[in-house]
Design a binder for this molecule. Structure first.
Ligand code: SF4
Length: 149
């Protein structure tokens, strides 16, 4: 444990205990090696740590009573779906980002109107990434089971 990590501890009855994180500054956290992240991402990383880095083991985790279990794939099942307005705002933000990242190629002597690029975002909301991952996992699991037979 380095000195910055040790600074996250305090003495209680002569023993080292963790300090109250609400009384720890961001700078102290960063110095100790923590990175700013959402609670969901932290839970995902916790699950990966629990499973020695195996994303497949996290996916297969049977500890359904663990508080992290619903969050173990990095998303919250309790989060309400995005509103239509929010989805549209995300599509527009993606289109703006694509416009900034891929300027049109204009060859010498040519002129080209700067057209809006095709966005990588679908016009219709796509299934949740979790649903896609779930299908991919099920396909993989089915193939693995067939290979084992
Ligand atoms: S949900 Fe499973 S993988 Fe995640 S911390 Fe709990 S027991 Fe470990």
């Amino acid at each position: 444990m380095n000195p910055a990590q040790k600074a996250l501890l305090e003495k209680r009855d002569g023993w080292d205990v963790g300090r109250n994180p609400r009384a720890v500054s961001r700078d102290e956290l960063i110095a100790a090696g923590h990175k700013p992240m959402s609670a969901q991402k932290a839970l995902r990383l916790r699950c990966l740590d629990c499973c020695v880095g195996s994303a497949n083991e996290v996916r297969l985790c049977t500890a359904v009573s663990c508080p992290a279990w619903p969050f173990r794939l990095g998303s919250s099942p309790w989060r309400p779906p995005a509103s239509e307005a929010r989805q549209e705002a995300q599509r527009q933000a993606g289109a703006r980002l694509a416009l900034r990242q891929s300027p049109p190629t204009v060859h010498r002597g040519e002129t080209q109107e700067r057209a809006a690029p095709a966005t990588t975002l679908p016009a219709e909301p796509s299934p949740r990434p979790d649903a896609q991952r779930e299908r991919a996992f099920q396909t993989q699991a089915t193939r693995s089971a067939e290979v084992r037979r």
